[in-house]
Design a protein around this ligand. Structure first.
Ligand SMILES: Cc1cc2nc3c(=O)[nH]c(=O)nc-3n(C[C@H](O)[C@H](O)[C@H](O)COP(=O)(O)OP(=O)(O)OC[C@H]3O[C@@H](n4cnc5c(N)ncnc54)[C@H](O)[C@@H]3O)c2cc1C
Length: 392
């Protein structure tokens, strides 16, 4: 099996495949595997997969377990909803919810994966599915023949384009400033150990500790009509980010002001696809279900894909690969599509302007039994992606 893309999805799939005895190689275009300086939430549905791959200690080494999700009002900080996390989440779903530095997750995966099976500096170019095998070529001139090809090459996936034709990702009208501040610069705020989401008109702001509480990660999302930069990531200006949140609570302003640099991300997504697989070729992660990050599930769903794909391929013969990929798609596509839709819906929910709709949302959250109660999120966080009978 060949996996194109050595991000969180591709490497998890590589490790999972090795665990069940599949001969797998991962090909990554970058010459060295690196992650951007930002945080990522690894929810129990994803940590369940990573624990089974032997990464429990590596995650625990730097992962931060938040005590709660704390959703707050943008100007005065009033609590809209507080959902307990650390102990209750682990008790309910059996696995921890972590806040991590992205590099710490990627390094844990890279360290666990045999280096001789990881081919950096190899950019996928094309494939031909011959029915009984797939021929894959790379821009370097390398050619390989494999029984299964997996495109885990992210939102601008070349494998998806080769498989299903071209369709541009769509700009969602949201831009995110991301930053990491040394926690000691923010000690005056006495920040609680929670993941905080501040909701306000046309914007929201998320912050949480990562890397043993040494850093505070923030994501500051604003709405914008278009994105004109050539790249979808641009160096941002800290003062510009702070002035975008003028009038917001002083805590928000102080956290933005504590970083040395910020990057600006245009947020793109895609509508759900009708099919992921054809013949012996399939997709996983952002390559097939890019979503807004407003459920913090993009990487988690890529990690789930990896586990389910492996479970479907395990103990299948060479001639049964197509059936295995069809089963994988049947199990995964509805669940990933549901999360794409929920992520998109959170854009308007988080960004309500003050008025009757916002008051109705806040009143519902104040009841405490909203879509974030442990019962309500069991379908998401209690999901076992290793199971080939569980459709989420
Ligand atoms: C602001 C923000 C916050 C987020 N927060 C969270 C969160 O808290 N929790 C969460 O679960 N998700 C979160 N996400 C989503 C998450 O980052 C992505 O869904 C996840 O990184 C997707 O992983 P992937 O492996 O599918 O793709 P990627 O991480 O994009 O990896 C794809 C890899 O493929 C390689 N590649 C591309 N083309 C080729 C080629 N032609 N040949 C070879 N290699 C190639 C790339 O170099 C890259 O290494 C967030 C996203 C954003 C923007």
């Amino acid at each position: 099996m060949a996996i194109i893309g050595g991000g969180m999805g591709g490497l998890t799939a590589g490790l999972a495949a090795l665990q069940v005895g599949i001969d797998v190689q991962v090909y990554e275009q970058a010459t060295s595997l690196r992650e951007i300086g930002a945080g990522v939430q690894i929810s129990p549905n994803a940590s369940r997969v990573l624990h089974r791959l032997g990464l429990a200690d590596a995650l625990a080494r730097t992962g931060v377990k938040p005590l709660a999700w704390h959703q707050r009002r943008w100007d005065n900080g009033r609590t809209l909803l507080r959902t307990p996390l650390a102990h209750s989440m682990e008790a309910a779903f059996g696995f921890p919810h972590y806040q991590m530095h992205r590099a710490d997750v990627l390094n844990a995966l890279v360290d666990a994966f045999p280096q001789e099976r990881l081919h950096a500096g190899e950019r996928f170019a094309a494939f031909v599915d011959h029915g009984d095998h797939v021929e894959v070529s790379f821009e370097s001139g390398r050619r390989i023949e494999v029984d299964v090809l997996v495109g885990a090459d992210g939102i601008h996936s070349s494998v998806r384009r080769a498989l299903h034709g071209s369709d541009d990702a769509r700009f969602t009208g949201c831009v995110a400033y991301r930053g990491l501040a040394p926690a000691d610069r923010l000690s005056g705020l006495g920040l609680e150990l929670t993941s905080q989401v501040w909701m306000g008109p046309d914007k929201h702001f998320v912050h949480y500790f990562v890397r043993n509480q040494e850093l505070v990660n923030f994501v500051a999302v604003i709405e914008q009509d278009c994105w004109t930069a050539e790249s979808w990531i641009d160096r941002g200006d800290v003062d510009e980010a702070r002035s975008s949140f003028a009038g917001w609570h002083p805590q928000v302003q102080t956290i933005i002001g504590a970083v040395d640099e910020t990057f600006k991300w245009a947020l793109f997504d895609r509508p759900p696809m009708e099919r992921w697989s054809m013949g012996r070729v399939t997709l996983l992660g952002d390559a097939c279900h890019a979503m807004l990050p407003f459920m913090a599930q993009g990487a988690a769903q890529a990690i789930e894909d990896a586990a389910t794909l492996t479970a479907c391929l395990a103990s299948r013969t060479h001639n049964e690969v197509t059936d295995a990929l069809a089963q994988y798609e049947t199990l995964r596509l509805p669940r990933a599509s549901r999360l794409q839709a929920l992520s998109a819906a959170n854009k308007s929910r988080f960004h309500l302007v003050d008025g009757p709709s916002q008051e109705a949302r806040d009143a519902q959250m104040a009841l405490g039994n909203t879509d974030w109660s442990l019962d309500a999120v069991a379908w998401l966080y209690g999901h076992d992606a290793w199971s080939t009978s569980a459709v989420g």
